[in-house]
Design a protein around this ligand. Sequence first.
Ligand code: ARG
Length: 462
Amino acid sequence: MALWSGRFEEGVDAFTQRFGASLPVDQRLYAQDIAGSKAHAAMLAAQGVIPQEDAAAIAEGLDGIQKDIESGSFVFDINNEDIHMAIESALTECIGSAGARLHTGRSRNDQVATDTRLFAKQRAADLMAANLALREALLAQAEANFDVILPGYTHLQHAQPVLFSHHMLAYVWMLARDFDRLAAAQAAADANPLGAAALAGTTYPLDRFATTAALGFDHPIPNSLDAVSDRDFLLDLLYACSVSCLHLSRLCEELVLWSSSEFGFVTLSDSYATGSSIMPQKKNPDFAELIRGKSGRVVGDLMALMMTLKGLPLAYNKDLQEDKQGAMDAADTLEDCYVCAAGMIATMQVNPEAMMAQAKKGYLAATDVADYLAKKGLPFRQAHEVVGHLVLLCEKRGCDLEDLTLADFQAESPLFEADIAGALNLEAIVAARTTYGGTGHEAVRAQMVEAQARQATDQAKL
Ligand code: ARG
């Protein structure tokens, strides 16, 4: 029998019952639903709306239901549209009329918003913890391979040499921003809709501040219409998940490239690669590719909810039932991707010789040779031109800048002296980038300290 059976002469048919149900998705919210109901019942009793004995029976009955759900003995019956109805009908079956008083001054619209907010807060916290663990793995690889040099790229063309640690730290900072976005999504969810009583507030003397404190929310939502129809907090969570997935996708794209024969910069652990059913020699970076691929679905989840919300009149509309599936999927997917990426990074082998061999190609010293001339007084634009000629000469001879003689250099500019050899050394070129945030060893050491400190600050927010 439906909760609204008074008004209806016929029930829905089996198809519409199934079509209209959210139970398969929202049964995951059982713990939040029970916590919300216990807080509501305790507040009703404290306000004298229901007897204390009823509130005690409700709390005890709900604890029993939670145990049954967790032990697997609870039967989720699709004839209950959602988790709120499934729990309330089980409660009333179990404790009788006290259970039937629980819904006083409350609507499922309040419940679904409350449960989803509690869930979003928890999932944001889980993701923040997983985000930190991935950053830890990146920091450990940066530390273990601190001095390793690889070519830095722009347009995927060799540009200037950089430290591998610097490259890893770039991802650490991207992920630190993702952590902030997750924390912001958590804060957006941290407000209590309970007491909206479907849309307009209620004639019962509800204490919304009491349920706010009992459920650990920051504040009650100040407008009852907004309380039941706002899903911005899920958009915030989905956006945070989407951006972080994009970052992981970029990282994984580099791992795919780096583990190829063309690069050979890293060797992925066998646990993070697969073979081919036909080509015996293959070792494929499937998991890096999969993380890159999953980002598409997570961004899709964000788009889907934006489209669902667009054009909805106030207050609750059944369209809102479509809100949870994508948000749950995005959070689950990102959490798995964080775990997978952390394992892949922690176990990959870095190949310094392969990186150095590539760093020696592509005239990575060219900018520094131009700077050498500029520091001797030649305007940088002219210095750029001179080095351009030298690179052209190398191209024609099929050699590197290092292979040119002092006479070759001096033929282009009399400012070149014997110390030009120093300007061609990759270690020296890297070390000379001493500006804050640059790739010089000392600057990167300072950056590591900053990133570690940030790690501790963020840890304290969990
Ligand atoms: N199952 C609904 C949802 O997930 C909650 C109940 C909505 N209230 C209503 N009057 N239909 O959004």
